[in-house]
Design a protein around this ligand. Structure first.
Ligand SMILES: N[C@@H](CCC(=O)N[C@@H](CS)C(=O)NCC(=O)O)C(=O)O
Length: 101
């Protein structure tokens, strides 16, 4: 290692999108899990933006943040993301999203 390598051995270019607010602990945890896996994600901050929050709620059917999508698949929030991880299904979803991205 000469210090120029990425922090993660492989940056996974999955099609992950996450609506967040800045101070939400669930958002921070969810992003931390994705980052720990080297997953690139597109973050949409909805702080103070009623239109974006309504867009999120309309798509997700939920008003809480975070709301996460992997490809076309709506995962839900932080709890659902960690549940997928515990079930061993998250990497599979991320992998198939990467394959089609
Ligand atoms: N079980 C949810 C909890 C998320 C949650 O409570 N988020 C708070 C912000 S930290 C929120 O959006 N509250 C407003 C609401 O529920 O509409 C998850 O795991 O994502």
């Amino acid at each position: 290692m000469d210090g120029t390598e990425a922090a993660y051995p492989q940056q996974m270019n999955s099609d992950v999108m996450i609506y967040t607010t800045r101070w939400c602990p669930y958002c921070i945890r969810a992003k931390g899990l994705l980052t720990s896996k080297g997953v690139d994600y597109r973050e949409i901050p909805v702080d103070g933006d009623r239109a974006l929050r309504e867009e999120m709620a309309g798509r997700a059917g939920k008003t809480s943040v975070p709301q996460i999508w992997i490809g076309e698949q709506h995962v839900g929030g932080c709890d659902e993301l960690f549940a997928l991880e515990r079930a061993g299904r998250l990497d599979i979803m991320l992998g198939s999203s990467a394959a089609s991205a």
